[in-house]
Design a protein around this ligand. Structure first.
Ligand code: URA
Length: 242
């Protein structure tokens, strides 16, 4: 349970200097759990206490973990001069310096994207040594075949793509679903990997949607473009891979 002084916690998150925060507290502009703070030196629990500044909620947790249902048309980057990014979709109270997407989904790919400022967790989730499974639903140009399942399971050679050389990939699980749909489980994340895998099999991917990453599943209540913070249980489960 991280406990900090109120003025320290607010200053650390860039809400002003300690002097400015003292003035805000004196003016009754800072509330803790709905009650005006009585002192800038008051101790708060960063995970549990709800702090508002001028009536707006502020996020003071040490790290923040956000699940986003990525819509098509936004890039998985913290900044881009031409295209809206996944960070642009977050409500103001969840945006903070240092927040980045854990791995990349293509601009047209939808589904689960985790955003955090916890570098250690992101590193563990993306580490090629950890082999964290990522599950995708793909709509294909032609239905997948039993031979495709075997080729994916054997680990296939990817054709080159946009400056990326040919490369080998780890075994992947392919399941054939109804119609033109398939489910793919990857344990790595190479550039346009699923599109290149199906291209190598003479097939095309019409749309791609990520359902899960490790223990984390996309919350079905989230519409494309919506996000929510992870629950304490979801964070604890993800952290077991660190
Ligand atoms: N594979 C792809 O081709 N694209 C993605 O966005 C993710 C996996």
């Amino acid at each position: 349970m991280p406990i900090r002084r109120l003025d320290q916690a607010l200053a650390l998150r860039g809400f002003g200097s300690r002097k400015e925060i003292h003035a805000l507290v004196r003016a009754g502009q800072v509330q803790i759990n709905g009650i005006p703070a009585h002192s800038a030196a008051q101790k708060i629990d960063l995970e549990r206490d709800r702090v508002t500044l001028r009536g707006e909620p502020v996020c003071l947790q040490e790290f923040i973990y956000i699940m986003l249902h990525k819509p098509p048309g936004v890039v998985s980057a913290a900044r881009d001069s031409n295209t809206p990014t996944v960070i642009d979709l977050l409500p103001a109270q969840l945006r903070r310096r240092g927040l980045f997407p854990v791995g990349r989904l293509d601009k047209d790919t939808t589904g689960l994207l985790l955003l955090t400022d916890d570098g250690a967790l992101a590193h563990a989730l993306l580490s090629p040594k950890k082999h964290v499974p990522k599950t995708y639903l793909a709509a294909l140009q032609t239905p997948a075949t039993e031979n495709d399942i075997r080729a994916f399971a054997a680990g296939m050679a990817l054709p080159p793509a946009e400056g990326h050389p040919p490369e080998d990939c780890l075994p992947a699980e392919l399941s054939i679903l109804e119609g033109y749909m398939a489910r793919v489980v990857l344990r790595e994340g190479k550039y346009h990997q699923i599109k290149r895998m199906f291209a190598a099999r003479g097939n095309g991917v019409l749309s791609l949607h990520r359902e899960s990453m490790g223990s984390l599943r996309l919350d079905e209540a989230l519409q494309p473009g919506e996000c929510r913070e992870l629950t304490a249980e979801e964070i604890a489960e993800l952290k077991t891979i660190e």
